[in-house]
Write a protein that binds this ligand. Structure first.
Ligand code: FAD
Length: 311
């Protein structure tokens, strides 16, 4: 596929940020929190909830990610035109939290799922982002296209005003987004959530003021059978958190694309939820790297303003 400047996702509400690893912390069996700093973060404006951003990570064998241009109009063609061995790897992640510390330092947390073989000798075995995160040390620098305004299209969680309950399904890649949504929901919000994780130790402690009823699904199989396990857990539970039945639920689904399709069908067909009240996003697809998904997306439709939404 030949890239031209006109293929470039416009970044009106987004801009480049230079991020530097400040520290890392293991949160659970599969999760590593990387806390980033950097002077440009003073202009970073996360909209919270499931705010996502695009990271540019060093290609295998390189220490830092370098782009020939970070200009809004030319970066995409310049990035696509780089030799494979030099081109930074673009990946979508969630802003788990943005804060300014009492010392005035701007920080952003991103929770990476470490998938694949953690001892793999090469990035292509584990996936370049997982591989990079597993080896992140203080001082490592990457680039990101992130929000410059809080109201932006990479916040997908947009419940209508009349919503009387939130129903959520997330796998581990979407747990950081689900956790950030729960962080923000006001007291009294009724939430029914199903969170699928690979390991017992990934059942993270989540804080919320909402009345949240959470079912953890610890995965028994890494293959397609996982979808059946999730559907089984959904079918076995009532969504009305012990209170009256919700009349206007808003359903937010994010995770592996095949499972998300099946879970969406479950809500629309088996629970008769209005499809317009279901916000669903495939965060990754079993057997396909993000490059492959982006290539499909660019071949099939015009890229949107939000690079991550190409998925
Ligand atoms: C909007 C959005 C927000 C996201 N937020 C987060 C986040 O906060 N944290 C996070 O960890 N991920 C998040 N993801 C998912 C993440 O972008 C993908 O998992 C991505 O593929 C990881 O890149 P990689 O280089 O490690 O693997 P890739 O090179 O993209 O894939 C290599 C292989 O690994 C497989 N694979 C990819 N991810 C996983 C996984 N988690 N488990 C098992 N196999 C996998 C692929 O199917 C492929 O076969 C988000 C995705 C989107 C679209």
């Amino acid at each position: 596929m030949t890239a031209t400047a006109s293929d470039a996702p416009a970044i009106a509400h987004f801009r480049f940020f230079a991020l530097e690893v400040l520290r890392t912390r293991r949160l659970g069996h599969s999760f590593l929190r990387v806390t980033f700093g950097g002077e440009s973060l003073a202009d970073f404006r996360s909209g919270g909830y499931d705010q996502s951003l695009s990271l540019f990570l060093p290609p295998p064998g390189r220490e830092h990610a370098v782009l020939p241009s970070t200009d809004e109009d030319t970066w995409f063609a310049a990035w696509r035109g780089m030799p494979d061995e030099e081109r930074p790897v673009m990946r979508s992640y969630t802003v788990r939290e943005q804060r300014r510390t009492s010392e005035g330092v701007d920080e952003v947390d991103i929770d990476f799922v470490l998938h694949g073989d953690p001892a793999a000798a090469a990035a292509d075995v584990a996936g370049p982002a997982s591989y990079w995160a597993g080896r992140a040390v203080t001082g490592r620098r990457i680039l990101a296209i992130g929000p410059a305004v809080a109201e932006n299209k990479s916040v997908r969680f947009q419940p209508p005003a009349a919503t009387d309950a939130i129903w959520m399904y997330a796998d581990e890649t979407a747990l950081p987004a689900a956790a950030a949504i729960l962080d923000r929901l006001p007291a009294g919000t009724r939430v029914r959530a199903w969170f699928e994780v690979p390991h017992e130790d990934d059942r993270l402690a989540l804080s919320t003021l909402a009345e949240a009823d959470i079912t953890w699904i610890v995965r028994e199989s890494a293959g397609r059978e996982r979808t059946e396990q999730v559907l089984g857990a959904l079918r076995a539970t009532d969504a009305s958190t012990g209170g009256p039945a919700a009349e206007a639920p808003y359903v937010w689904l994010a995770g592996e694309a095949g499972t998300i399709r099946a879970v969406r069908r479950h809500f629309v067909q088996e629970r008769s939820i209005d499809r317009r009240a279901v916000r669903f996003t495939g965060y990754w697809r079993l057997g396909a790297s993000e490059e492959e998904l982006l290539a499909e997306a660019y071949a099939g439709k015009a890229p949107s303003e939000d690079p991550a939404s190409a998925l």
